[in-house]
Structure formats: C-alpha cells, structure tokens
Design a protein. Structure first.
Length: 362
C-alpha cells in the first residue's frame, strides 16, 4: 500500500516549488496559473535518527528508510467543483490521497501574480475549502439517493450508512468541513468508501519570505487553522530549495549564518507521516536495516504482509524487540539473556519502533 499526501492550493502559491524541495525533482515552476496539469508524484524518505543509531551497532551493507509519496496537484480555483479550471479532474486527484498539504501564499511579490490580485490567506483558504465542501456535498447527496434506491437489498448495512451520510449532509449544508463533525472511528470506517475530501487530515504550509507582511499573513493563517484544529508549518520555499542543493557542510554553514534552526521541509515530511497515522517498525540484519511504515493499530500479521505476502500466508510467530532495549544491550544474545525478546502471535498490536523477526513457513 502506498501512503500519499496531496499538495493543494490556489495557482501560483508555491506548490511545485515545495514539491521540488521535498522530492528533489524538477516539476515545472512558472508564473502562470495551471502550470501543473498532470499531478507530479515523488517518493520522499522519512528522516528517522533511529535507523542511523541501529546502523552504528549492526554496520549493515544497506539502509532502507520508510517513505511516503507526495503528489503535486494543479491549482484549484473558484467553481472548481463545477468544472472550472479543470476542477473535476483535480478534485479527483485529491481523492486518491490519504492526507492534504495545503500551501498558502503568505508573502507579497509584485513579480509573482496572484490569481485574484490580492494576498489574503484567509480568503485563499476559504476558496479552496469551499470547493472541497461543495464536492463532498455533491457526492454525499448522490450517495444518499443511490442508497435509498437500493435500501431493500441490505437494509441493516445501508440504514447505518444513510444515517451517517445524512448527518454529514446536514453539516456540509452549513458550509462546514466534515473534519469538524464529531464522527467516531466506526462511522468514519463505514463511509470511508466515499473518500470525502473535507475528512482528510490537513497541514497548512505557509509559504513566507523575509518581509514583515509575511508575519501578518502567517498569523491570519494560524487563526484559520486553529478553528479546524489543523497545524501550520512556515517555510521559505525558495530558500529551502536552494539549501537542499548544497552539500551537507555548505548547508550547515548557511543555516548557522542565517540562524535557521531546522529545515521546514523535514517538518512537512515528519508531520505528513503523523497525520497519515503511520508508525515505523524495523527489520534488522547485516545485509540490511529496513524501516517499514504501517498504519497505527496494525497487527503483526499485517506487518508481515507489508514485507511480503508469503510472510503473512505462512506466519508462525514474531520475535519483537523494543528499539530502546536494542540500543541499550546491542546484542541479540544479551537481549535474550535479559528476557527482552518477546514472542508474539498474529494478533499482536505493533508498536512504533518495534524491531521484528518473522518466523514463517510456506
């Protein structure tokens, strides 16, 4: 399974610049709307200090990081839900992702046009979110009509879905995002098939520069995000794009000179991973240390399937070692002596940082 974050926003806000910085690719960046038509897709490694610490003990021939995919989706505009600006195509691209990175322009630059000729983060966010709401409203309404026609076939299951969908429709009628509706886990699972856009977890990325206006615009975006319990990550996109082109020493010197404490890009990757509700487990050996991403709550047999279907088909048991114990004792022999190697069955709930050895038979 691939875990995808869709990068969305109005045209000319810096989506492709952010995508290039994240993926080190060369998606087209230009000063006109709809520069991106087909979505660009890039695989991004997830920074994780633990894999480096494990490597200091094992000295493997190869290290493989966990990863997520970022999808650069073309800019949305007003009436996208009605098809304007190829909106239907772009909204469909968002449906295929599990989480959203919403890029918002928080800087003034007379050399870069704004599609509505005004820098106003609050309005920009409202335009995008309104189109997502309208798209969900249309899907919700059509789904209710379809299910009511098929009500006789599976009354019990359809009845539950209809109750939740009508609850969603009433919320959308008020022009509110579904993520602000109090749906429990069961309800979300029951309507998962509809892939509602306003239910997807969102991070706002504020594209800023060094001018004072940027701070004012950034504070506006914080206010918007607070209302829907979303996070904001400020980024100097162009600066960070230049930084990742430098070697490590040049990058360190530059960041020290300009008092840049961390790369905002790493925060985007880190929090993108978190909002996808993912955890990491490791397989460790001399040939390879491999970090694997799985949804939180996954069982050991699901983790085994992540590596290879044969692992889950012939699953016998899993040997689990906590990362902290491995770092402390540094030897499997010592870990076993101390009783730190646990044998678990197929229903064991995986924990973030588990080091696993699967025993299987085909």
């Amino acid at each position: 399974m691939s875990f995808k974050c869709g990068i969305i926003g109005l045209p000319n806000v810096g989506k492709s610049t952010l995508f290039n910085a994240l993926t080190k690719k060369n998606a087209t960046v230009a000063n006109f709307p709809f520069c991106t038509i087909k979505p660009n897709v890039g695989i991004v490694l997830v920074p994780d200090f633990r894999i480096e610490e494990l490597a200091k003990i094992i000295f493997p021939k190869k290290i493989v990081h966990a990863y997520i995919e970022f999808v650069d989706i073309a800019g949305l505009v007003k009436n996208a839900s009605k098809g304007d600006g190829l909106g239907n195509q772009f909204l469909t691209n968002i449906k295929d992702t599990q989480a959203i990175i919403h890029v918002v322009r928080c800087f003034k630059d007379n050399n870069i046009i704004h599609i509505y000729n005004e820098i106003n983060p609050k309005n920009d966010v409202e335009i995008i979110n309104s189109e997502l709401i309208l798209s969900d409203f249309d899907i919700c309404q059509k789904s209710i009509t379809r299910l009511e026609k098929n009500f006789k076939n599976n009354v019990k299951q359809i009845d539950k879905k209809l109750i939740i969908l009508k609850k969603c429709l009433n919320h959308l009628k008020k022009f509110l995002m579904l993520k602000t509706l109090n749906l429990n886990t069961f309800e979300k699972q029951l309507i998962h098939e509809f892939r509602f856009l306003t239910l997807k977890p969102t991070i706002y990325v504020a594209n800023i520069n060094e001018n004072k206006e940027s701070l004012i615009f950034l504070n506006q975006l914080y206010e918007v995000a607070k209302k829907e319990n979303s996070m904001v990550i400020p980024i100097f996109s162009n600066l960070e794009l230049d930084l990742i082109k430098m070697n490590i020493e040049e990058q360190k010197d530059f960041m020290k000179a300009f008092n840049i404490k961390y790369l905002g890009l790493n925060k985007v990757i880190e929090f993108g991973y978190k909002i996808l509700n993912l955890i990491t487990f490791f397989t460790v050996g001399v040939k390879e240390i491999h970090a694997w991403s799985i949804p939180e709550g996954s069982t050991s047999i699901q983790a085994a399937h992540k590596i290879h279907s044969d692992f889950s088909k012939g699953f016998i048991r899993a040997q689990i070692i906590k990362y902290s114990d491995f770092i402390k004792y540094k030897s499997e022999i010592k870990l076993k002596e101390m009783g730190k190697c646990k044998i678990e069955g197929k229903d064991y709930k995986m924990k973030d940082g588990d080091i696993v050895n699967f025993l299987f038979n085909i």
